[in-house]
Design a protein around this ligand. Structure first.
Ligand SMILES: Cc1cc2nc3c(=O)[nH]c(=O)nc-3n(C[C@H](O)[C@H](O)[C@H](O)COP(=O)(O)OP(=O)(O)OC[C@H]3O[C@@H](n4cnc5c(N)ncnc54)[C@H](O)[C@@H]3O)c2cc1C
Ligand code: FES
Length: 277
């Protein structure tokens, strides 16, 4: 069993957990993920490893459906049924020169370990953090190591009023960037990738198709990259966004929408009030 050592609310519906998982923590590298089962009858969901220290790993979870609601309801001291990982290929870390990392919403947690490692090996690191509101720009105090941090909010409550691509344009118009990362909602990654393609800039994006086993066997996470079929769990999750078939990915993400909504509805009817989330 995997004990929750710490749980903190970061924003409405978004929780930060440290979980005891010594074997996973020792082998984790930036860019990798876990497959978690909350209880022994639960489904398996993929979650990025936001950090790892000694015998524990950190995940940041946004409640969007039944399983993420269940997970966010768990408290310090509770145990999770399974934590499998680290899975996926680690991020390509090197001394590139000047790097740009764009994180949107819960994707901010995913760029955090990559940005920190890129800084540690000697890159000049610019970070763009975006959220709908100031509250949704999570973990912003943790990016003190970066050379430059820009914030965007849809409602203008913090930083630049606009979306992350507005800030990305500003940076690319004024700075040299050797390589970029963008992690967040699929639609955000698509637009960051289109901009990077215009500017001939390599941009790593972490794809989030539905996953089941997370080990390359079920085929659920199939994506098309540069005209070739890839499995995001073993070939990725990071791919050069300039070559991803974004429209196919966006379409595949909606396949089970009706079932997902019914499942969440049934769960909410069973548990009652979740307004605290
Ligand atoms: C490699 C990888 C890393 C991820 N890392 C994180 C993370 O660090 N934190 C986090 O909160 N989430 C992360 N996700 C997304 C997370 O796995 C999904 O939100 C979760 O599986 C939804 O399960 P659910 O039962 O709560 O919702 P569901 O009922 O399955 O889905 C509810 C809604 O969420 C959407 N959804 C379902 N699966 C995904 C998905 N994979 N990505 C985006 N939207 C989805 C559905 O289209 C639907 O609208 C990651 C996904 C992948 C593939
Ligand atoms: S999740 Fe099954 S092949 Fe990737």
């Amino acid at each position: 069993m995997y004990r929750i050592l710490k749980r903190q609310r970061l924003a409405e519906g978004t929780y930060d957990f440290w979980i005891e998982a010594p074997e996973v923590a020792q082998h984790t590298r930036p860019g990798q993920f876990l497959v978690v089962r909350v209880h022994d009858r639960g489904e398996r969901i993929p979650l990025t490893i936001a950090d790892a220290q000694d015998d524990k790993v950190r995940i940041v979870v946004k409640a969007v459906g039944k399983t993420t609601y269940e997970l966010c309801s768990r408290k310090k001291g509770d145990e999770l049924a399974d934590v499998v990982g680290p899975l996926g290929r680690p991020s390509e870390i090197d001394r590139f020169g000047r790097v740009l990392l764009v994180g949107g919403g819960v994707g901010i947690a995913a760029i955090y370990p990559i940005a920190r490692e890129l800084k540690r090996v000697g890159n000049h690191v610019t970070v763009i953090l975006g959220g709908r509101t100031a509250e949704q720009v999570i973990m912003r105090d943790e990016f003190g190591f970066a050379d430059r941090v820009l914030i965007t909010t849809d409602d203008g409550s913090l930083g630049i009023k606009g979306v992350v691509t507005d800030a990305m344009k500003q940076v690319l118009d004024s700075d040299e960037v050797d390589v970029a990362w963008a992690i967040g909602p699929t639609i955000m990654m698509k637009f960051c990738a289109l901009l990077a393609r215009e500017r001939d800039l390599k941009i790593w994006t972490s794809l989030n198709p539905i996953m089941v086993d997370g080990t390359g066997m079920c085929g659920a996470c199939r994506v098309s990259v540069d005209g070739k079929i890839k499995f995001a769990c073993v070939d990725g999750p990071e791919f050069d966004g300039r070559f991803v078939d974004w429209d196919e990915l966006l379409k595949r993400l909606t396949i089970y929408r009706e079932e997902e909504q019914k499942s969440l509805q049934r769960y909410l009817e069973k548990v009652g009030d979740m307004t605290w989330l």
